[in-house]
Design a binder for this molecule. Sequence first.
Ligand SMILES: Cc1cc2nc3c(=O)[nH]c(=O)nc-3n(C[C@H](O)[C@H](O)[C@H](O)COP(=O)(O)O)c2cc1C
Length: 176
Amino acid sequence: MTNLLFLCGSLRAASSSRALAQTLMDRIADRADSELADIGALPHYNADVEGDPTVAAFVEKVGAADGVVFVTPEYNYSIPGLLKNAIDWASRPAFESVFKGKRCLVATVSGGATGGVRAQSHLKYTLNGMLARVHLDKEIVVPFANAKVEDGTFTDADILSFAGAQLDDFLGTLGT
Ligand SMILES: Cc1cc2nc3c(=O)[nH]c(=O)nc-3n(C[C@H](O)[C@H](O)[C@H](O)COP(=O)(O)O)c2cc1C
């Protein structure tokens, strides 16, 4: 079965982005094996550190995934440091990392009206810099995301339908 790795840019228990990631993972459970990476367990990036087992396991998971799905909030007009840290670990060697050629799908959320559009563009720019293959389609941006979560489940039917369709398209590109 297709194997997807989800990366979420928020650690908080009531995270709307993680709720969206989890709800999307549940929706495609019959078609894909999905895992939410524990990027909070990664140490801060340090080029002097080699052989860290947590880092090695994460990089291996990115490398083994058929596709990587990012679901992240916007922090201060960009992506959270947590997520950038994880990306940086998996980005070496430059232009030859596990992200080279990797199919990636991006969804952003925000507590406000803009849905994380600035984080979305920053993340795609970063992925381009690693020669990842960013899925090109209408952008998945989720405004007022906290109001769309109940008991850890993302509940907005319109956004789930839209994001679910993009995810289906993305799944269709994997292996091609
Ligand atoms: C440090 C920090 C910076 C933030 N910066 C932005 C921002 O630039 N734009 C925005 O729309 N929301 C911003 N927010 C609000 C987040 O969009 C909101 O808290 C969102 O719910 C976080 O995602 P989560 O629910 O997955 O934790 C910020 C929140 C934090 C904690």
